[in-house]
Design a protein around this ligand. Structure first.
Ligand SMILES: Nc1ncnc2c1ncn2[C@@H]1O[C@H](COP(=O)(O)OP(=O)(O)OP(=O)(O)O)[C@@H](O)[C@H]1O
Ligand SMILES: [Mg+2]
Length: 354
């Protein structure tokens, strides 16, 4: 054992192993992601290796189940996406990108993907399981969060966004249902269904309407700034218990107009620095938005609202964050589609790269 190995072991065992979030730290992570993106590899398995335990939740592309691997009895979350549904929504490209990007990332506050495989009818992603529900469920039950808790959550999201952007990944779907809560109270980002590797800028109209940035709605070219906008919406939501721009049923054109033109209103009781933080993230002009300026994420990390948060300690998970195990029993699971199997592959070309 080398001296370095030994020192690393000792410090981890005594719980004093701290990482400093330096430029080298980020660059090392980014290089690793870029290498993995280029390799595009993820271990395969087959559906028969798992036992279905229960349905957990569903999204617009698939259902998520709790499963157990037969050979070692380990439990996982399995997202099942029917090929037919993906083709109907013309989302093949997204499903393939999701697998490639999800397999390439590896960060403290991101769900880990273990296996990706397909059969005639479905695409399967097998990932780490988190059963305490997601941030939308938490907000539904707690209405709003204390500023301190919101700061700890926002801080983790800033680190995740910084991690992804350094690796040239735009997430594009930052919203509470995609943010899971682990047993230690820390966050885990899931759902890379809209994530993309950016080269310059992009145009694709996508996202979840209440969290979509103005430049997406204006059908303009856009870039990573859309994730900072979504963070602003989430921080507002955590502190107020409701969205800044909302209308009954979140009706498309009305909501779009609100996001593009309505004044941002605060409901009182908020710290001045919190209002400033949110207003600067919800800047409609991307080039003037916090996070999109020349210092990038550093401006967000250094904002006065987050001064109390020590990011090295947050990354090392040294803060205590309450977690309600009760939430897992309150989840409305909705309906789910039974998993179908086809005797023949009707889409032999569409998912070759998955
Ligand atoms: N690893 C996991 N452990 C537990 N639950 C999970 C996990 N991953 C996802 N979920 C739950 O399943 C839901 C749907 O998963 P996901 O967001 O990946 O699907 P989707 O179809 O892409 O969703 P969307 O409607 O956002 O497009 C999530 O909102 C979350 O509540
Ligand atoms: Mg989702």
């Amino acid at each position: 054992m080398s001296v370095l190995d030994w020192a690393g072991k000792l410090s981890t065992e005594f719980g004093i192993y701290d990482v400093e979030l330096t430029a080298e730290f980020w660059e090392k992570h980014a290089r690793k992601v870029r290498r993995k993106l280029a390799r595009d590899k993820c271990p395969r398995e087959s559906f028969g290796s798992f036992e279905l335990l229960k349905f957990l939740s569903s999204g617009s592309f698939g259902s998520v189940f709790k499963v157990r691997m037969k050979r070692n009895r380990k439990v996982f979350a399995m997202k099942v996406q029917p090929k037919r549904l993906i083709v109907r929504k013309e989302a093949q490209k997204y499903a393939i990108q999701e697998k490639r990007i999800f397999a390439a990332v590896d960060f403290e506050f991101i769900v880990k993907l273990f296996y990706a495989f397909k059969d005639n009818a479905n695409l399967f992603l097998v990932m780490e399981l988190f059963e305490n529900g997601d941030l939308s469920l938490l907000l539904k039950h707690e209405k709003k969060l204390t500023e301190w808790r919101a700061k700890l959550y926002a801080g983790q999201l800033v680190l995740v966004i910084e991690y992804l952007h350094r690796a040239r990944i735009v997430f594009r779907d930052l919203k509470p249902p995609n943010i899971l809560i682990a047993d230690d109270g820390y966050l885990k980002l899931t759902d890379f269904g809209l994530a993309t590797v950016f080269h310059g800028s992009t145009y694709t109209l996508c996202g979840s309407p209440p969290y979509m940035a103005p430049e997406i709605l204006r059908r303009q070219q856009y870039g990573p700034g859309v994730d900072w906008w979504a963070l602003g919406i989430i921080v507002y939501e955590m502190l107020h218990g409701q969205l800044p721009f909302r209308c009954p049923g979140n009706e498309g054109t009305v909501l779009e107009r609100l996001i593009l033109t309505a004044p941002l209103e605060f409901r009182g009781g908020l710290d001045r620095t919190a209002e400033d933080f949110i207003s600067k993230l919800l800047e409609r002009e991307d080039s003037r938005r916090l996070g999109s300026l020349h210092r990038g994420a550093d401006d967000v990390l250094d904002h006065e609202w987050l001064w109390e948060v020590d990011f090295d300690l947050l990354y090392a998970k040294k803060y205590q964050i309450p977690v309600s195990k009760r939430l897992r029993y309150l989840q409305e699971r909705g309906h789910y589609e039974a998993i179908h199997f086809d005797p023949k592959d009707y889409f032999p070309h569409e998912f070759q790269d998955f």
